[in-house]
Design a protein around this ligand. Structure first.
Ligand SMILES: Cc1cc2nc3c(=O)[nH]c(=O)nc-3n(C[C@H](O)[C@H](O)[C@H](O)COP(=O)(O)O)c2cc1C
Length: 216
């Protein structure tokens, strides 16, 4: 099969976690000869080309990060320019996010199911996975650890043509972290994770403390 893949992140390719996830996902998907064409919604100069590819495709996969509980505004702006399809097109999604609990992404997932219908497509399911805040900041070894499991999901998508399999559903992990784990995570957020966020912020040129409040 040939898949039109759209990275719905507003972040440019070089910095997009979604793009790093897609690298591994497509590796697995293409092992048995499937092909794809990948476009980035962040590249506004290409929107005419992406629209043309959408019009000509019957197998569309939109991979997107969760931004403020739902889909990024830039992706929505693009989607509003599309004409609903009339043939037998299928639309599937990869929805990934920062927070790790599955429950954080369910509202966005419910919207994506509706979105496929609004655009005249049958729904090929959504691969739902959180815990991806740090991908772009990791070293090569740890980034590979974080993203390589997506290759297996690419194989599943290739074999089934959708994300309905039990393996894809289990990929989300826990819906809600058990209370003791939440306590431990809370502790780490105040210590190790905070340090790591401070380091990430400094690497982005941030010179003030993370809790700096210029307006109070
Ligand atoms: C403006 C903004 C809003 C976000 N909102 C959420 C959110 O509501 N829930 C969540 O779990 N992660 C949220 N995130 C984290 C992203 O989903 C996560 O970092 C993702 O991996 C980014 O992918 P990208 O680099 O391809 O854009 C947000 C990130 C940004 C920048």
């Amino acid at each position: 099969m040939h898949v039109l893949i759209i990275n719905g992140s507003p972040r440019i390719k070089k910095f997009s976690n979604t793009d790093m996830i897609l690298k591994e996902f497509t590796k697995g998907m293409c092992e048995n000869g499937d092909t794809f064409h990948l476009y980035e919604i962040s590249d506004k100069d290409n929107w005419d080309l992406i629209r043309k590819a959408y019009d000509e495709s019957d197998n569309i996969l939109i991979a997107l990060p969760l931004y403020v509980e739902c889909i990024p505004g830039l992706l929505m702006e693009f989607l509003e320019t599309l004409t609903p399809k009339t043939g037998n097109a299928k639309m599937s999604f990869i929805l990934q996010s920062g927070f790790s609990e599955g429950v954080q992404l369910r509202c966005g997932e419910a919207y994506l199911e509706k979105l496929a219908g609004y655009l005249g497509c049958t729904y090929g399911g959504t691969l739902v996975k959180g815990g991806n805040f740090e991908i772009r900041f990791l070293n090569d070894e740890n980034r590979s650890k974080a993203t390589s499991p997506y290759a297996e999901m690419g194989r599943e998508f290739s074999a089934n043509g959708n994300f309905d399999s039990d393996k894809c559903k289990a990929f989300t992990g826990p819906e809600i972290l058990p209370a003791p784990v939440r306590l431990i995570v809370g502790f780490f957020f105040k210590t190790a994770v905070r340090k790591s966020f401070e380091k990430d912020a400094a690497s982005l040129g941030c010179e003030r403390p993370l809790d700096y409040r210029p307006y109070t």
